[in-house]
Design a protein around this ligand. Structure first.
Ligand code: ADP
Ligand code: AMP
Length: 213
């Protein structure tokens, strides 16, 4: 099963992608996580991506497309994958379609997690990310057992720099301009499934699983 997650920054794509990955036994591939790991390890890719990310802009297509196209050729993607945060532009979607088409494959579901802008700022200011394993929580909606400490690996939680309100506003503008057109793109392909992402995390998950089977 080949799945992509669509939706505004903070809509809950990563939260659902992790749960779906466990449920269906297919890898969760987050381009944001890949860039953050590269920044942490001070790689060339990380150095190139950082300034764009800090500004709330998209990293250029040429830095992300080959990375994903190569990643989905790995053996662990044989049964499928969940792409989270990719594609984010029409050229990225076309490059993905082309790569899959060459192997007689296609995206089965584009899951659009729909959350209005007014809910996003609150979501993002309450999001906490683990510096160690990248797990994501929310101070109100998905709290850790012990405050400020990751349930999974025990390391410290932080507010991402790009989750500060001024950057979130910029990221939302970028989303509407460059990523929202993908909803139409996948609707035309008959792959779109939209879920109301303002519902409880478990309700959103159950709704998606009902559709996917
Ligand atoms: P995305 O991957 O789309 O940027 P996340 O999955 O990281 O978004 O979710 C953003 C924040 O909102 C996180 O703090 C997460 O715990 C919280 N969150 C996710 N889904 C829901 C939901 N259905 N209701 C309330 N909060 C949610
Ligand atoms: P995310 O963790 O998905 O919210 O991504 C964090 C940041 O990484 C984004 O604001 C972009 O700067 C960058 N990024 C992640 N995925 C992509 C992508 N597919 N194309 C361009 N930039 C991306």
């Amino acid at each position: 099963m080949k799945i992509i997650m669509l939706g505004a920054p903070g809509a809950g794509k990563g939260t659902q992608a992790k749960m779906l990955s466990e449920r269906y036994g297919i890898p969760h591939i987050s381009t944001g996580d890949i860039f953050r790991a590269n920044i942490k390890n001070n790689t060339e890719l990380g150095k190139k991506a950082k300034s764009y990310m800090d500004a709330g802009a998209l990293v250029p297509d040429e830095l992300v497309v080959d990375l994903v196209v190569d990643r989905i050729k790995n053996a662990d993607c044989m049964k499928g994958f969940i792409l989270d945060g990719f594609p984010r532009t029409i050229p990225q979607a076309e490059a993905l379609d082309y790569a899959l088409n060459n192997q007689n494959e296609k995206i089965d579901y584009a899951i659009n997690v729909d959350v209005p802008d007014e809910n996003i700022i609150e979501r993002m200011s309450g999001r906490r990310a683990c510096v160690g394993c990248g797990a994501t929580y929310h101070v109100v909606y998905n709290p850790t057992k012990a405050e400020g400490v990751c349930d999974q690996c025990g390391q410290e939680l932080i507010l991402r720099d790009d989750d500060k309100p001024e950057t979130v506003k910029k990221r939302l503008d970028v989303y509407h301009e460059q990523t929202q057109p993908l909803i139409d793109h996948y609707e035309k392909k008959g792959a779109l499934f939209t879920v109301d992402g303002t519902q409880d995390i478990q309700v959103v998950f159950d709704t998606i699983v009902k559709k996917l089977g």
